[in-house]
Write a protein that binds this ligand. Structure first.
Ligand SMILES: Cc1cc2nc3c(=O)[nH]c(=O)nc-3n(C[C@H](O)[C@H](O)[C@H](O)COP(=O)(O)OP(=O)(O)OC[C@H]3O[C@@H](n4cnc5c(N)ncnc54)[C@H](O)[C@@H]3O)c2cc1C
Ligand SMILES: *[C@@H]1O[C@H](CO)[C@@H](O)[C@H](O)[C@H]1NC(C)=O
Ligand SMILES: *[C@@H]1O[C@H](CO)[C@@H](O)[C@H](O)[C@H]1NC(C)=O
Length: 435
């Protein structure tokens, strides 16, 4: 790519912003980022008070890259006040399903000489972390370990910093209706010449990079290789004394339900929890289909961008509460300050996509975070840039390739082995109205 050619990036989440910053630092002089809203985008998947940072992966590629990213989060002065260290406890139940993912993950850590500590039962977990007052799995029905090298990041702060890096590097932004892409104009050679926006304007470019997260499938055919799924998050407000009491709360993840928590967030005084599960789908409504084409099987609401609504399906809220009761029963009947749904862009294997779109001559796709991409923020742009130049190591190019082979598969979304809980379902009409 010519350093003066115009690169248009659609979507200012971590995929789009990290790519913009990387390309600008490599000397590209004409980069424009479009988004529905100024980043951090309130309903974008990269925005919230927290995201877990860990390198516990069963897959050695993700483990290695996540470790590389973790060292940056932990050591770089840049992430001071954004990244916080915290131990990470991974548990499943003693069933086959509960054990297999954890066994594979610990084997992968051992292979790389990275330390982890087995926890034999709930009593041992409680002894090591006295703040965990709950029954946990109870008795000996406990299978898990902890990793002291983990933590969490203030996601919206990290995104704000990345946005500012982009601005300092000379990247331009258009947000709002004039930054909201509704269609792609192509020439007879399948080259995109411009994108059209909700404001009726047209934005020309030489290269286009689509990093629109859960909304991407609304703009181009994804051949059923991605599925946008909504996942539940809950926030409990803590008092000053509770903030102190729970200051050393570890991250506790129960992989048989997908429930996990974050340590308290100092500025907001929130104790946050979420369910990493199969989630909910939302078929785009008629208006959205008319505006965006009929590509997406599921999509978050398109307009207007706004704070996530205080809503989660009833059973999702129950699951959030049940997990809380298992580790901190004294907070079990505390009302949620708010609950919300946050969007994953899942792939059948849990792998990201960083590849050129097969239907266009100059469109690159980056994303499909599958609920676990945030932690890669410090290194994501480098991998996106390698993929753009087609110089990724071959096994990564293979892993992150654009796949058309799911197009004919009825339901390929079986996940990477890390999801728990009830199967995915479509949101009801009454639920959709509350989003
Ligand atoms: C509840 C939840 C918990 C998570 N927890 C973790 C975690 O603990 N650890 C971890 O590593 N990862 C986690 N993740 C995953 C991680 O946050 C995501 O993988 C990542 O943020 C996705 O980034 P993105 O850039 O692809 O998407 P986004 O941040 O959503 O960015 C896409 C952007 O595109 C814009 N856009 C959409 N359509 C258009 C359009 N037509 N025109 C212009 N702009 C458009 C949107 O406004 C949006 O800003 C979690 C995700 C969720 C939802
Ligand atoms: C493990 O968890 C699953 C899902 O929650 C449950 O169906 C199963 O009974 C549990 N098994 C054990 C041994 O606890
Ligand atoms: C995980 O959650 C399930 C269902 O709530 C529970 O039965 C099990 O004891 C939990 N396991 C651990 C290790 O906390």
């Amino acid at each position: 790519m010519d350093k003066n050619s115009k690169i248009v990036i659609i979507g200012a989440g971590i995929f789009g912003l990290s790519t913009a910053a990387q390309l600008a630092s490599e000397g590209h002089r004409n980069i424009l980022v479009l988004d529905r809203h100024v980043p951090p985008v309130p309903d974008g998947s990269s925005s919230d008070i927290s995201r877990v940072i860990r390198f516990d992966y069963a897959d050695d590629d993700y483990l290695r890259i996540a470790h590389e990213a973790y060292l940056k989060w932990q050591q770089s002065a840049k992430y001071k006040g954004i990244f916080y260290s915290a131990p990470y406890i991974l548990t499943g139940n003693t069933s086959e399903h509960g054990q297999s993912w954890i066994k594979k993950t610990t084997a992968a850590l051992t292979q790389r000489n990275l330390p982890w500590q087995k926890i034999d039962d709930a009593a041992e977990a409680k002894k090591k972390y006295p703040v965990l007052s709950g029954a946990l799995a109870g008795g000996s029905n406990f299978f898990g370990y902890d990793n002291q090298q983990a933590g969490w990041a203030d996601a919206s702060k990290a995104v704000s910093q990345l946005r500012d890096d982009c601005i300092e590097l000379g990247v331009s932004f258009i947000s709002g209706r004039a930054g909201t892409v509704v269609a792609l104009d192509t020439d007879p050679n399948k080259k995109i010449t411009a994108v059209r926006t909700l404001a009726g304007t047209s934005v020309e470019g030489d290269h286009f990079i689509l990093t629109a997260g859960a909304w991407s499938a609304g703009l181009v055919p994804m051949y059923h290789s991605t599925l946008a799924t909504a996942q539940a998050v809950g926030y409990v407000r803590l008092s000053e004394s509770e903030m102190q009491k729970y200051a050393d709360l570890p991250i506790y993840a129960n992989f048989s339900t997908g429930w996990f928590n974050f340590p308290p967030h100092e500025e907001s005084k929130m104790l946050k929890m979420a369910v990493h599960g199969w989630g909910y789908t939302r078929t785009p409504n008629r208006e959205e289909q008319r505006a965006m084409g009929k590509h997406a099987d599921s999509s978050p609401p398109m307009i207007p961008p706004r704070e996530r609504r205080n809503f989660a399906p009833v059973e999702a809220e129950q699951r959030l509460r049940q997990g809380l009761c298992e580790i901190l029963p004294e907070l079990g009947d505390r009302p949620f300050d708010r609950v919300a749904l946050c969007w994953y862009t899942d792939t059948p294997t849990g792998d990201f996509i960083m590849d050129f779109h097969p239907d266009y001559a100059n469109l690159f796709i980056g994303g499909a975070g599958s609920g676990h991409a945030f932690k890669f923020l410090p290194v994501l742009g480098e991998y996106m840039s390698l993929a753009l130049k087609k110089t990724l190591p071959s096994q990564l190019a293979q892993k992150w390739r654009f796949r058309k082979d799911y197009a004919t598969q009825e339901d390929a979304f079986v996940g990477d082995g890390s999801r728990g809980g009830p199967i995915r379902r479509e949101l009801h009409t009454q639920e959709r109205a509350k989003l």
